[in-house]
Write a protein that binds this ligand. Structure first.
Ligand SMILES: [Zn+2]
Length: 237
């Protein structure tokens, strides 16, 4: 990919994020609050059984799948035994059905990010709805699973779709703006410093730096006692 394409891609994501930031504060509405903490027993290095709390966190990836990043990401997630949530476009799912199948087989949750990364406007409600339906059909035809979750591009959503399509929007609390830097350390620091129980992390599986950062984030937060789960477990448990 040349620099111009890369810049153009990152700019597209930036517009998406700016719109979506408006909805960030609403993310708390979907959380189950403090109810997500579960007391567990663990064995210390000395063999002593200790009581502790598991903190849950979800890592999500938008805009894929892509051949150059999603494969690597799936390899690293598999090595770590971590399940993520992927909000894919129907267009990319059609191009890479093998990656969608792999995500599903390896236990990741797949959500809808529209067919062509379309922004919902007053003038195109029906087209937007048809893109959601078409993308659900593409994903389901590959995985055999119903698609329940949607991350609306540019953050614009119509609550009426939830009843009409039986789909739920998924927002986020931690946005490291991975599209505007190729510094994996910087992305990692932003996420790790903001981590909290039941948080949802927003990233994009179309940058090498995001893939590197995702593994560092997972390794560091697991050391801090976090368990990585899909958004379904954050929103409905
Ligand atoms: Zn997007």
């Amino acid at each position: 990919m040349n620099d111009l394409q890369k810049f153009s891609d990152r700019l597209g994501s930036a517009v998406c994020v700016l719109g979506a930031l408006v909805l960030c504060s609403m993310a708390a509405c979907f959380h189950s609050g403090a109810a997500g903490q579960a007391a567990v027993e663990s064995v210390s290095a000395e063999g002593r059984v200790e009581r502790g709390d598991i903190k849950k966190i979800a890592i999500t990836f938008d805009d894929g799948p892509t051949r150059f990043c999603t494969d690597q990401l799936l390899d690293g997630l598999k090595e770590r035994g971590v399940h993520a949530t992927f909000f894919v476009t129907g267009k990319n799912a059609e191009i890479y059905p093998d990656l969608i199948k792999r995500m599903s087989e390896e236990g990741h949750l797949i959500g809808n990010h529209t067919y062509s990364h379309i922004q919902l406007k007053k003038s195109n409600r029906e087209k937007f709805k048809q893109e959601l339906i078409k993308t659900n059909e593409i994903i389901s035809s590959i995985t055999g699973q119903e698609v329940l979750f949607v991350r609306p591009p540019y953050g614009t959503w119509d609550k009426a779709f939830e009843g009409e399509l039986n789909m739920f929007p998924v927002l986020w609390n931690i946005d490291p703006l991975d599209w505007c830097t190729d510094n994996a350390d910087c992305i990692t620091r932003k996420v790790v410093s903001r981590a909290q129980d039941n948080a949802i992390i927003l990233m994009h599986d179309n940058y090498d730096s995001t893939v590197t950062a995702a593994f560092r984030i997972i390794d560091e937060l697991e050391k801090q006692g976090y368990e990585f789960v899909t958004v379904e477990e954050i929103l409905f448990d």
